[in-house]
Design a binder for this molecule. Structure first.
Ligand SMILES: *[C@@H]1O[C@H](CO)[C@@H](O)[C@H](O)[C@H]1NC(C)=O
Ligand SMILES: *[C@@H]1O[C@H](CO)[C@@H](O)[C@H](O)[C@H]1NC(C)=O
Ligand SMILES: *[C@@H]1O[C@H](CO)[C@@H](O)[C@H](O)[C@H]1NC(C)=O
Ligand SMILES: *[C@@H]1O[C@H](CO)[C@@H](O)[C@H](O)[C@H]1NC(C)=O
Ligand SMILES: CC(=O)N[C@H]1CO[C@H](CO)[C@@H](O)[C@@H]1O
Length: 573
């Protein structure tokens, strides 16, 4: 019989950002982070009103109030969870007097503050050239001083040396922590990692670092724990750095290793579905989900205690429904849960009979809020993955499946006779197939309708232009028939070329429109950046003579420099 283990709410599992075995640095020197500028109190004439009366807030309370005021026009500030979380955290920053007066957020009037900030941002837009230049120079100075480190004998760019300013947490989707106060990060929160023989960055005057470490196996230079989710934040090297490129490369090499043993792993877990041991059965079904549905393992560092986001291991009974038959298919599992970043995962998948029967068994005598895999946690699953293959994690399955799917889709969708825009459309379609597989959805951007309309009017204009050009060509032809001279022949030729050129432009616009429409609810960036072996894309570009700039923008080209430099013609995943 199944006795559910204690519900594991709140246990965190995370893996530090580490270099794979074999990558280490010998020397690392950097200047530490750049902190957010200190809070500047509002001018006296900017008022806050409570219950219709002017109220002067203490500096701490005022700072937090400005975060809300800056977001006043945003839908967030009307959401109940947001308001509740904000108000609770704001009250913590108030003086006892403020606390006893301000008891109802609806009676707070931030509009004057909000107007002040709008006027400020308007003023910034109106800045003179000299003022803009001054800001630019200051940013360049910061970049020069803090934006680089020395690692071994290389000077490398640091990705994010500025620490985010305090503010209100937004989160994606309907995040239960939205509205909470994202604290100001202080030097006392900061752990510095650098080599012993380097110049250790001094903390700002009057402050201390939390800790200084010298670990040459971690990928970060600076780390701290943020207060909302309790997750660890890092300052790391730019993705274009040698060591990051090496790490990226190893990731895809691990995925390629999985390809060699995935059949064995699949046979093994199928055997395990029949195991006498409940733990082994649960592990095998979880592994099947990870493999087949590209689910995350779960309980990963992004997930806080109360954010109700789950991964495979933390699925609860309420997250799945079993249908012995649905829409003409047998053994269908209906998933509905909030995954990473509170993105909803909804999917109806037919599974093998034995998986289905096992799920029925796992769900017997359980309450909706009980764990589906009560004998399993992320540590156990990860340990098992390590035993199956060195370096194997749930993510490797995603990387493997995403990359191989891209390669298959590219093969299938690329039509050798297509021109370049049509081939790029095929590439984006292949990329989309992968994004759908990984559940990288997004809400359609706010500007979507408008930008589609703009594009459509461009298409309409182009069509008119084409009709005009065709008419001109026709009359030029008629003219040439009458005159039969060299000059009118030439005119016909040039009109023909004009028609062709406009036809091409029109086709390009139409392809763009199709692409944008199909992209409406899919975020391509995440898979492109994290799961698709760039060598596949580079090899595809080389094969069809597509400039790499059409596939990767500047930042992406920097990140994938290692692949662009090395992809062999016949690279195969
Ligand atoms: C808070 O203030 C609003 C607006 O004045 C009022 O409608 C609401 O009843 C108040 N809520 C409480 C709990 O007093
Ligand atoms: C990738 O995932 C999809 C969706 O579950 C699955 O149908 C496909 O077989 C997987 N491909 C590989 C090569 O594992
Ligand atoms: C996972 O379960 C194992 C065995 O029950 C236990 O020893 C371990 O502490 C658990 N890990 C976590 C992170 O809860
Ligand atoms: C490149 O594309 C990414 C999205 O994948 C975007 O975040 C980034 O800002 C772009 N960079 C440039 C230089 O256009
Ligand atoms: C987080 C982490 O692993 N930090 C390392 C930093 O450096 C110290 C000292 O070398 C290591 O012991 C830590 O493991």
């Amino acid at each position: 019989e199944i006795v559910p283990l204690k519900h594991r709410s709140g246990d965190a599992w995370w893996e530090e950002e580490r270099y794979p075995e074999g990558i280490k640095w010998k020397f690392l020197e950097h200047k530490g982070p750049v902190f957010a500028p200190p809070y500047e109190p509002l001018p006296e004439n900017v008022k806050f009103y409570y219950d219709g009366k002017v109220m002067k807030l203490s500096t701490k309370a005022e700072e937090v109030a400005t975060f809300f005021a800056k977001m006043l026009d945003h839908e967030y500030t009307t959401k109940e969870i947001f308001r509740k979380n904000f108000f609770k955290d704001w009250r913590k920053e108030m003086t006892p007097e403020e606390k006893s007066t301000i008891t109802n957020l609806s009676k707070c009037d931030f509009t004057h503050m909000s107007q002040y900030f709008k006027a400020q941002s308007e003023a910034r837009k109106q800045m003179s050239k000299e003022e803009k230049q001054k800001i630019k120079e200051e940013n360049e100075r910061l970049l020069k001083e803090y934006g680089y480190c020395v690692m071994d004998n290389h000077k490398e760019r640091i990705a994010n040396f500025k620490i985010e300013p305090p503010g209100l947490f937004r989160g994606r989707g309907n995040h239960p922590k939205m509205g909470m106060l994202k604290r100001r990060i202080m030097p006392e929160d900061i752990i510095i990692n650098c080599s012993k023989d380097s110049k250790i960055p001094p903390p700002p005057p009057g402050h201390k670092w939390k800790e200084v470490r010298h670990d040459n196996k971690v990928t970060w230079l600076v780390s701290w724990t943020e207060n909302i989710q309790g997750s660890i934040k890092y300052i790391m090297l730019n993705p274009s750095s040698r060591i990051k490129g090496e790490k990226d490369w190893q990731k895809y090499e691990t995925a390629r290793r999985l390809k060699k043993c995935v059949d064995k792993i699949r046979n093994q877990y199928r055997e395990d579905w029949k195991s006498k041991e409940m733990k082994v059965r649960q592990r095998a079904v979880a592994l099947y989900f990870i493999d087949k549905l590209a689910l995350r393992a779960g309980n990963e560092k992004e997930e806080g205690e109360t954010a109700d986001t789950v991964g495979c291991c933390s699925l609860r009974v309420e997250h799945i429904k079993l249908h012995p038959e649905l829409d003409g298919q047998e053994y269908v599992v209906e998933f509905d849960f909030l995954g990473k970043d509170s993105i909803r995962y909804y999917n109806k998948v037919p599974v093998e009979k034995r998986v289905f029967k096992n799920l029925q068994l796992f769900m017997e005598n359980k309450q909706p809020e009980d764990d589906l895999f009560d004998r399993l946690n992320t540590s156990i699953l990860n340990k098992h993955l390590q035993d199956l293959m060195e370096g194997l994690t749930a993510k490797v399955f995603r990387t493997y499946n995403a990359s191989i799917t891209l390669q298959q889709q590219l093969k299938e969708l690329t039509n050798p006779d297509d021109n370049i825009p049509a081939k790029i459309l095929s590439y984006n379609r292949a990329n989309r197939a992968v994004a759908i597989l990984c559940n990288h959805q997004r809400a359609p951007p706010k500007t979507f309708e408008k930008s589609m309309m703009n594009l459509q009017s461009k298409i309409d204009a182009k069509k008119e232009q084409l009709a005009d050009a065709r008419r001109e060509l026709k009359s030029a032809k008629a003219d040439a028939k009458v005159r039969r001279d060299e000059k009118s022949k030439k005119t016909v030729e040039s009109k023909k070329k004009a028609v062709q050129r406009i036809e091409e432009q029109l086709m390009k616009l139409e392809v763009q429109a199709t692409d944008r429409e199909e992209n409406k609810q899919i975020a391509l960036g995440t898979s492109k950046l994290n799961y698709l072996d760039p060598r596949i894309s580079v090899a595809w570009c080389k094969k069809w003579g597509i400039p790499i700039e059409k596939i990767y923008n500047k930042t992406q080209r920097e990140k994938f420099a290692w692949a662009i430099d090395m992809a062999e013609e016949d690279y195969e995943f």
